[in-house]
Design a protein around this ligand. Structure first.
Ligand code: FE2
Length: 436
């Protein structure tokens, strides 16, 4: 019987890890971490034929994970026209204009191009919402095809997202169920976009029950407004608890929490934590789309990230959009996302900055439920080697991804960032890192 060609072992030498350990060697065999040698341990002798990757003391992290993205819209900037006001509502209207014009081929091509960007940036797992409010389910079928094509190098998890409201749109519920039948694995929702607050709450109940019946995870766009009385997260937490869905439900955006009454939030945060609901803030998008009805002072609109974390809630930062009807910038760089989240939330203590790195790595990995994620023996040998000495320095520099490895295979390399200088009495090569 023919055998599959086996991947040679990979030995990464002299890495610094996010927890501060340095001089670490990691040996990957058959796509998993087989050994981790610290500087005080005996020298690790690799098997014959091992590929070597010299980390030269740079930071080796598990790969970036994006817990909130819209891959059906990505790279469509300017189609069929540009969002003139830059607002969320014009973005939704523009997406409605674009939907009938979409073709599966163009959608797949754009999504595949984005996945190339993602891999080059060390972003190896993405949860993407896919709009099911199109009776053809064209985007659903296209992204399922993309998921199949990128599976050898990127984990793509899809959420059935009723953009026009699961109750407000006549065929949305039936389409959502069809999408799940086709293999979409997470139940989405948008309760604040339903016609009334009551229907929003009803949609949360209905969608959580659907997920519970099918054994699926839930990830809802929830309270993505500046309305302090938009309180669907409370309902989401209740149904999560009622149905035993703890750890499998995510509230995305939660921007109204920025504007809520502080006393109410002091009751809400423990309820979210108790229900095991996880949260995703999308700093690049929240800071540009929220507060648009304000003059001055203008609300930032990002949810209360440090307060959620302090209450014990698992919080991730998502990218949400790249070059689409809502946002004309972005490049799949989760360090840019972390940097914006850090600034908007004023998370500038050493521990808080470090938590912002977790918010684009280990925290979203928990939200997606990625098996084998992490830097321990037995975990998948998937890494990004960053031209930085620590997680905080990686955020500061939006560090170059020197190498991206998935399951023991090097997928991408980028030359180190430097500059040649011609200054009297100064080195001729620039080092962006702190002297060490
Ligand atoms: Fe979103």
């Amino acid at each position: 019987m023919p055998t599959m060609p086996t991947l040679p072992p990979l030995l990464i030498r002299q890495a610094t890890l996010p927890d501060g350990r340095s001089g670490v060697d990691l040996l990957a065999i058959d796509g998993r971490i087989a050994e981790i040698r610290e500087s005080t341990d005996p020298v690790l002798t690799p098997p014959a034929g091992t590929t070597l990757l010299d980390a030269q003391g740079w930071l080796l992290s598990p790969p970036f994970v994006d817990a909130h993205f819209h891959m059906d819209a990505t790279l469509s900037h300017g189609l069929p026209r540009i969002n003139r006001s830059g607002t969320l509502l014009e973005g939704i209207a523009l997406w409605g204009e674009l939907k009938p014009l979409l073709t599966a081929e163009a959608l797949i091509e754009r999504a595949m191009a984005y996945c190339d960007w993602a891999v080059a940036r060390g972003l190896l797992a993405i949860r993407s919402h896919v709009d099911v409010c199109d009776d053809r389910l064209l985007a659903v079928q296209a992204l399922l095809e993309v998921k199949r094509r990128v599976a050898p190098y990127l984990d793509l998890q899809l959420v059935a997202f009723p953009q026009d409201g699961v109750l407000r749109s006549a065929t949305a519920l039936a389409n959502l169920k069809r999408a799940l039948d086709l293999g979409v694995e997470v139940v989405g929702g948008i309760p604040h976009f339903e016609r009334t607050a009551e229907q929003g709450a009803e949609s949360v109940k209905l969608l959580c029950e659907l997920a519970a019946a099918r054994g699926l995870r839930v990830d809802m766009h929830c309270d993505e407004s500046d309305d302090p009385l938009s309180r669907h997260i409370e309902t989401l937490a209740w149904h999560t608890q009622r149905l035993g869905l703890q750890g499998r439900v995510t509230g995305s955006h939660l921007t109204s929490m920025h504007s809520m009454d502080n006393y109410y939030v002091s009751k809400l945060l423990p309820l979210i934590a108790e229900a095991g609901v996880q949260a995703v803030a999308n700093p690049l998008i929240n800071i540009t789309l929220q507060g648009r009805h304000d003059s001055y002072p203008k609300r930032r609109g990002m949810t209360r990230v440090p307060e959620l974390m302090a209450a014990g809630v698992n919080v991730a930062f998502g990218h949400d959009c790249v070059m689409d009807p809502w946002y004309s910038l972005g490049s799949g760089d989760m360090l840019e996302v972390a940097a914006m989240g850090l600034h908007v939330a004023q998370m500038t203590s050493q521990d808080a900055m470090r938590a912002c790195f977790d918010a684009v790595t280990v925290n979203p990995a928990r939200i997606l439920g990625l098996p084998g994620y992490g830097l321990a023996v037995g975990c998948e040998a998937s890494f990004v080697l960053l031209q930085a000495r620590s997680p905080v320095e990686a955020i500061r520099l939006r560090a170059t991804r020197l190498a991206v490895v998935r399951r023991g295979r090097v997928l991408a390399r980028t030359p180190a960032a430097t500059a040649t200088l011609d200054l009297p009495g100064r080195p001729d090569r620039l080092d962006w890192t702190l002297p060490h």
